[in-house]
Design a protein around this ligand. Structure first.
Ligand code: PMP
Length: 295
C-alpha cells in the first residue's frame, strides 16, 4: 500500500528508492518515541499537483523539532520545493505526504544529535471513508499539556491515539473521542472536533489539543461565509445535546458523525453547517475558492 519497487523517498538530502531505506534498531525514536512527523496532502488540480498549506505543515514540523531539541536546518521553502520534486519523481498528484525526523542510535535520555530526515508519499483515499462516523468516548484522556508539547507532532504522543482507536474499534465503533484532563471534550485520536447547536458551531480552544491546520482553515471559511463559530470548552453532556458534530483533519478532511456512544445526532447531515463546510473545504484545497473569489 505505501511503496513498491519504483517508489522514491527523500532521505538525508538525497532521493533514493524506498526499498533502500534502512532503520537502526538502536534509534531513540524506536525506543522512546523521540521523533517528529507531519501529515500533509496534495491534490490533483487543473494546474497539476497542489500541496495544501505546505508552509504551515513544515512550520509545525520545525516547531516540533525545536521543542524536542532535534537539530533540523531546512527552511519551509526548501522543504516545499523538495516535496514537489518528490511527488513528481513518484508520478503522484493526489497523495498523502509523511515527513519524519527520527533521532539516532543513542540510549541516553538526552536528545541525540544524530538525526535522519525522510519524506515518504503515497496515494491515499479518504482516511475515515465517506460514511458518517459512529464514535465512542474514550476511557483514555489527551495528555496533560504540562507533560509534553501537545501542539507538536511528536511520534511518542501517538501511543495515546493508538490506545483510544484500538479501544473504539474493539467495541465496534469507527473512531474515538477523547476528553482533556479537566473532563472537557478535546479531540478525536487524529482530528479536531466541532459541534453544532442552534445554528452555531463550537470547537475546543487551544491548550489541550493539536492546533489543526484543517481546524483553522474551517474557522477561516466560517468567518468568510458568515457561519457563527466560537472556540469554547464544552462537556460530553453538552455534545450529547448537540444538533450535529464533525471532525476535521488533513487526512480526515471534514467528516460528519452519526452518533456518539448511544446518542444519535438529530440533524440530517445534509442540513448542517458541517456538510456545507465539507464541500467548501474540498473547493478550498483544490484552489477553487480563491479563483471564485478573484473572478
Ligand atoms: N488532532 C490530532 C491529535 C492530530 O494528530 C491531527 C492530525 N495532525 C489533528 C488533530 C488535525 O490536524 P491537521 O488538521 O493539521 O491535520
Amino acid at each position: 500500500m505505501y511503496f513498491n519497487e519504483e517508489s522514491v523517498v527523500f532521505c538525508n538530502g538525497k532521493f533514493i528508492k524506498a526499498t533502500e531505506l534502512t532503520t537502526s534498531s538502536y534509534s531513540q525514536s524506536i525506543h522512546y518515541g523521540n521523533g517528529v512527523f507531519e501529515g500533509i496532502r496534495s491534490y490533483d488540480t487543473d494546474q497539476g499537483a497542489r500541496i495544501f498549506k505546505p508552509y504551515e505543515h513544515y512550520k509545525r514540523l520545525k516547531f516540533g523539532a525545536d521543542v524536542m531539541d532535534i537539530k533540523f536546518e531546512y527552511t519551509e521553502e526548501e522543504l516545499t520545493n523538495i516535496t514537489y520534486e518528490l511527488l513528481e519523481r513518484n508520478g503522484l498528484k493526489d497523495a498523502y505526504i509523511r515527513p519524519v525526523i527520527t533521532t539516532g542510535a543513542d540510549m541516553s535520555l538526552l536528545t541525540s544529535d544524530k538525526t535522519d530526515f525522510i519524506i515518504q508519499c503515497w496515494e491515499w483515499g479518504k482516511y475515515m471513508g465517506d460514511k458518517l462516523l459512529r464514535v465512542k468516548t474514550s476511557k483514555f484522556q489527551r495528555p496533560n499539556p504540562k507533560s509534553c508539547f501537545v501542539e507538536a507532532k511528536v511520534t511518542g504522543h501517538y501511543v495515546n491515539s493508538i490506545l483510544s482507536t484500538n479501544e473504539a474499534k474493539k467495541n465496534g465503533f469507527d473512531e474515538a473521542l477523547l476528553l482533556d484532563m479537566n473532563g472537557n471534550v478535546a479531540e478525536c485520536s487524529g482530528a479536531n472536533v466541532f459541534m453544532e447547536k442552534d445554528g452555531k458551531l463550537y470547537t475546543p480552544p487551544r491548550g489541550h489539543i493539536m492546533a489543526g491546520i484543517t481546524r483553522s482553515t474551517v474557522i477561516d471559511i466560517c468567518k468568510e461565509v458568515g457561519i457563527p463559530v466560537e472556540e469554547k470548552h464544552f462537556t460530553i453532556d453538552e455534545l450529547k445535546n448537540a444538533d450535529a458534530c464533525f471532525f476535521t483533519g488533513t487526512a480526515a478532511e471534514v467528516v460528519g458523525l452519526q452518533s456518539l456512544d448511544n446518542y444519535q445526532f438529530p440533524s440530517e447531515w445534509k442540513d448542517t453547517h458541517g456538510y456545507n463546510l465539507m464541500k467548501l473545504y474540498k473547493r478550498e484545497v483544490l484552489g477553487q475558492r480563491q479563483k471564485a473569489k478573484a473572478s
